[in-house]
Design a protein around this ligand. Sequence first.
Ligand code: HPA
Ligand code: ZN
Length: 336
Amino acid sequence: MSLESFVRGLPKAELHVHIEGTLEPELMFELAERNGIELPYGSVDEVRAAYEFTDLQSFLDIYYAGASVLVTADDFHDLMAAYLERAMADGVRRAEVFFDPQTHTERDIPISVVFDGFARAQATFADRISTDLILCFLRHLTPGDAVATLQEALPHRDRFIAVGLDSSEVGNPPGQFVDAYRLASDEGLRLVAHAGEEGPASYVREALDVLGVERIDHGPRAADEPDLVARLVEQATPLTMCPLSNQRLQVFPDLRDHNLGDFLAAGAKVTVNSDDPAYFGGYIGDNYLAIADALDLSEADLVVLARNSLEATFLPDAEKAALVAELDAYAKRGRA
Ligand code: HPA
Ligand code: ZN
C-alpha cells in the first residue's frame, strides 16, 4: 500500500476545521447564484488566484466575504454535507466542527437556520461519521457580543458540545472572553480556544489559566516558553495543529521549519487537522502527507498523531476506546 493510501485509510479524528473554511469556490458560485448574491470574482479560477495570504488577517478578510453566500438552511446543509463526504474519504471517523455564528447572525440570519441546516447533514451521515459542533466566538468582536451570542444559542444547547475562540488573534487576548467561557462552563459545554497561532505564548497560558480550556487550537508559539511546553506535555493538553494553514498564513512559510516534530518528540499530544481546507490547499489527509514529507515522519509517528486525535476527542470513553482499537488493528496490518 502506498503511504498516501495508508494515511487516507488511517482512522482519525478532525478536531480543528472551520465549516465556513470548507466552502470550495465551486459551491461558493453555486450558492451565490441560488441566492442572487454578487461575488467580486468572475470565475472559480479567479477565486483560487486570490488565495495568496500574507498573514491571518489577509485570509480572514476573504474568508468572511466568502461566507456571505450562505443564507438558507439548505446552504448550511450543502456545506456540511460536502465537508463530511471529503472527511470520510480521508478516514475521519469523528469530526468536531467549528462554526462562527456571528458571521451569520450579523447578516440577520437566524441561528436556528444555521443549526437546522447542519443538523440535517449530520443526521444523513450519522451512521458513517460521528460529528458534533463547536460554537466559536469571534475575538475581533467584543466580549459582550460573545456572551450575547452564547445566550442566543442556548435554546439550541443540545446542538453543540463546546465553545471556541477564533478570528484575529494578536491584540485580542483570550482572557477578555472569561464571562462567555464561564457561562459555557456552567452550561456543561467543553472549552477550547485558538491560541499561539500568531499570538504569543502568553495567550496560550491565558487560555489555560483564565478560560480553563481543555485543548489549544494551533499553539506553535507555545514553543517560545519551554516551561509552557513542559506543562502542556505534563497535562497532556491536546494541540490541534494545522500544517498547511501555518504554511499558507506564513507562520511557517517553509513546512520543513514547522515545530510539530519538536512537540511530538517532547511527548505533547499533538494532532494534525485542516483548519480551512478550501482556502489552504488541502483536507486532513493532505495535511498528514505534507507534514510527514516535510519533517520526514515515520509510519509510527503518523499512527501516534492519529491516536492522539482520537484520544483528544470529546467522545465518551467507550466510543473513544472503540475507535482507538480500530486504529490499532489498522496500524498492526501496516502498509503490507
Ligand atoms: N485562526 C483564527 N481564526 C480563524 C482561523 C484561524 O486559523 N480560521 C478561521 N478562523
Ligand atoms: Zn482555526
